[in-house]
Structure formats: structure tokens, C-alpha cells
Ligand binder design. Sequence first.
Ligand code: EPU
Length: 366
Amino acid sequence: MLVEKNVPLQHCNSFGIAARAHTLVRVRGEDDIRDFLAHPLWGRQPAFVLGGGSNVVLTGDVEPVVLKMEISGMRLLHETERHWIVEAGAGERWHDLVAWTLAQGYAGLENMALIPGTVGAAPVQNIGAYGLELQDRFDSLDAVDLASGELFTLGAAQCAFGYRDSVFKHAPAERNAVMRARVAGRPPRGLGLAGRAVITRVRLALPKDWKPDLGYLDLQRKQTEAGIKSPTARQIFDWVCAIRRAKLPDPEKIGNAGSFFKNPTVTPEQCSDIIAREPKIVHYPMDDGTVKLAAGWLIDACGWKGKTMGRAGVYDKQALVLVNRGNRHSLDGSVTGGEVMTLAQAIQTSVYERFGIRLEPEPVVV
Ligand code: EPU
């Protein structure tokens, strides 16, 4: 187990915020987590799990012990009649896994190309883009219980995936329920696992009878431009990369955490009400009867696109993305977590005042 003190985190978070970890443990395998938990001093401290740092806002130095996930490896585990089952270590970059699976001839992740972050973070917020979410390709995952050090496996139902949501985003239920689960010898199923478990490996089921998913308007445009009737997974991968590069800032140059707010859902009645006042509002009816509104449109309509407050700003090509207008590589010239949150709150207030809708931040604020 590698323990480091006073570690700069500026290059471990995609905003480029210059915070430090008081203590950082590099996790290269499940044993590192067990060694950490068994350690007489560190084992009793609260822990914070850091993957690629692409979905966090650090508002100061991190006091809990940072478990930096660096478990590597990508392999074909086995195949079933209908799927290739691929397994990857939590520390692999998500995009590298997408590219690797395609290079091996397993299609199915191409719509989720270029999503920043690690494989281990992907199930936490059920990442998604261009009509596909992680849950559509999910098989199972391994995680370590931070209380007992035990390794357990969860299937899709136990992960309770939702829109940018899973069991890993919710606080644990009361202790008794956790204890009952443990006494019964099963993982604490159905309970919130935020701060309680670390994902170590993820397995995906990639379909052998793959079909392109081109439901998303931007992809249809690319298809028309290219004049290709039946694109390959590789072509879709290239289109998704091109769309994302045109619309989203490269975090290596302009620090950001992807979409800063979730797209809010409202009831059909609330939606008709808003449409009566704002006929142009971008909205998508969902399968469950609710209506999803484009948060980027709401923020844009309030005039925020391209605006700056302190060293935090709203990206000029996509209002849903907050960016670092300082120097993301400089210690004292970079944006602070406080500046990001001040801007986020100002946006939330103006969207609420105009539309009566509360925007919910997507990244984890530490
Ligand atoms: N829009 C505006 N102004 C803006 C931004 C967007 O009017 O400044 C309008 C667009 O014209 C479009 C609609 O809002 O009609 C939706 O925008 P877009 O297609 O860019 O997608 P999004 O809803 O903003 C979501 C995900 C992205 C994902 C894309 C593509 C969320 C919160 N965001 O963005 O995910 O890449 O769809 O599937 O669900 C992320 O989670 O970090 C992320 C980047």
C-alpha cells in the first residue's frame, strides 16, 4: 500500500482546482483497500474515493483519506450466446475502454466515446450520451465494503440505476438495516452505498447482434452529411468524438466537469404551464410520463452563456458546462471550488426566478 502526504490534486481533477489531499492512498488492487482498512491509524479515518476527478468540485483541501483508484486491466472475461462479457479495472480511463473494445471487435460502447472519467466512476452516475447509458451495457461490478473490507458483486438491479444516478450516490440507510444485511450474509442490497463501498472492477455485456443507435439528432445529422446508410460502430465512434470535440471544452486546456447540472424533469402539467410562457423551451417526453427539460437551454435563456464570475465561467458553446477561466495548470491562477459554486448558485437562482425550476448540480461537491 502506497501512502503519500500533502499531495497536490490539481492534475487529478478535470476543473484543475488547486486543492491538496492531506493523505492519499494509491489503490492498485483490492488488497490495497484491505491494507488501508486494517491500518491502525488510517483505517479509522473517513475515506474519499477519487477516480478520474472529472465529476468533482473541490472546495478546499481534502481531509478524508483520498483513495486514488488505479486498478488497471481490460480483458474479455467470457462470452454467452448473445454477449461478449468484458471486464475492466476501476482505474482505467473510460474512453480507453471504449476504444479498446472497438479495436477488439466488440461494438456497443461507441455512443459513449470521450466521456471523461474512469471505469470505476461510470456506474456511480450511470454515465450516458447520445441515446445510450451505462446501464444499457452493464453486466455486474465488484466493490469492496469500506466497513468490513469484504468484496461483493452487484448486478444491475442492485445498482438501482437511474438518470445520472445509482445506489452509489445515496447515503446509507440506518445502521440496523446494514447490520441485518451483513448478518444475513448478503451485501447491503437496495441501500445507499455512498461512502460505504469502493467499486474495483466493472463488467459490461456487449451485444453480438449489435445495431447502430442513431436516435440522437446530432448523430442523424452526421449520418446524413456522410451519406452512409448502415454505419459501423467505428464510424459512430468517430462521429461522437467529433460532436463532443466541437461542443465540449477539452479539460486539459479549459478545466471543466462536463454537464454541471442534471436535466430536470417536470410533470406534463408543469411542462404545459412553462410552454405557455416559454414556447421555445427544449423538452423531451420520457417513458415514465414525465418531461425532461434541457438545462442547457434554461441557462442559456437566462443569458448566462459566455458569462464570467471571478475565474469561473459558462462555456460559450454549451451553457450547461461551467469552466475554469483561470489557468488550470497554475497554482494560484486557477479557479477555486468556491468560485465555481458561487457561479453555480447564481445560475440556480436566476433559473428558479424565471422558470420556477430548481437545477441540481451533477458533480460531487467536496
Ligand atoms: N441548448 C441550448 N443552449 C445551450 C446548450 C443546450 O439551447 O447552451 C439546447 C440544445 O440546443 C439542445 C438541448 O439544449 O436542444 C440539449 O443540449 P445537448 O444536446 O447539448 O445535450 P444536453 O442535454 O445539454 C446531455 C448530457 C451530456 C451528453 C449529451 C449528449 C446531461 C446533464 N447531459 O447534455 O452529458 O453528452 O446530452 O447525449 O444529461 C455529462 O453528463 O457530463 C454530459 C456531458
